[in-house]
Design a protein around this ligand. Structure first.
Ligand code: KIV
Length: 274
């Protein structure tokens, strides 16, 4: 049975929630089969699927295209889809219209949007329209240019106070969960203790109500830079590279395909062709 917001909220303070990103059908099927509670179709797809430098160019159409594939694969996990840059920033109307489009066209269960108190009115309006919302505060990659890079947030007194009030504002606006990205562990713990919403951390330490990772990061998909908060559960880059190299060699040496990978025709038929 599909996990609901109430199933997940009932786990607050007891059993932490697991969440991974996915952007395609097969990955969603496997993540779902593993029993992961929530799947995020993150706008990180701009980086990890489309090769953009940041998430700013990702469109509502991109999110819907990948979101539909994930929703076809996920049977039990709650699917949350990111609202991309400029799909909600300009107005409450944009926010409700785009959130509605994403849910209608993909069949996902919730949307996620970056920003704190300044977007509480958008969260409230989307929730009033019947769509569950996951908020996202701390390091918000859509504001990378304003933040001056991908840095840990909430280290100064002023920033920490802002994060505490943002968490309160998005919870009061109706967000059932709050993603905390790159936030010091002790501050994430404080937010978790003060909030009725589920906190889902990425680089926010051990005391959140749940954790999320980008699946390419945790599988070691690339051999490039890995953020400090990522744990690599395997080295898929090395596994894939080895397989691709072996395939190339076998193509060149004609050892692939071998007899067992070929189809037969009867000698009778074949003879008649000569
Ligand atoms: O887009 C994304 O993958 C995210 C996670 C980093 C939380 O927002």
């Amino acid at each position: 049975m599909r996990k609901s917001i109430y199933d997940l909220l009932s786990r607050k303070g007891t059993c932490p929630v697991s969440m991974l990103t996915a952007y395609d059908y097969h990955t969603a099927c496997t993540i779902d089969e593993a029993g992961i509670d929530m799947i995020l179709v993150g706008d990180s797809l701009g980086n990890v699927m489309l090769g953009y430098e940041n998430t700013l160019a990702v469109t509502v159409e991109d999110m819907i295209h990948h979101g539909k594939a994930v929703c076809r694969g996920a049977k039990e996990a709650m699917v949350v889809i990111d609202m991309p840059f400029m799909s909600y920033q300009a107005s409450v109307e944009d926010a409700v219209r785009n959130a509605g489009r994403i849910v209608k066209e993909t069949n996902c269960q919730a949307v996620k949007m970056e920003g704190g108190a300044e977007y509480a009115d958008r969260i409230k309006a989307i929730v009033q329209a019947g769509i569950p919302v996951v908020a996202h505060i701390g390091l918000t990659p859509q504001s990378v240019n304003a933040l001056g890079g991908y840095k840990v947030q909430g280290k100064s007194l002023e920033q920490a106070q802002k994060l505490l009030s943002d968490a309160k504002a998005v919870e009061e606006a109706g967000a059932f969960a709050i993603t905390l990205e790159c936030v010091p562990e002790a501050l994430a713990k404080m937010i978790t203790e003060q909030s009725k919403a589920l906190t889902i951390g990425i680089g926010a330490g051990r005391f959140c109500d749940g954790q999320v990772l980008v699946y390419q990061d945790m599988l070691g998909f690339t051999n490039g830079f890995t953020p400090k908060f990522v744990k690599k559960y395997t080295d898929l880059h090395a596994i894939m590279l080895q397989a691709f190299r072996q395939y190339k060699e076998e193509c060149e040496q004609r050892t692939f395909p071998a007899e067992e990978q070929t189809f037969k025709i009867s000698d009778d038929v074949l003879e008649k062709l000569y």
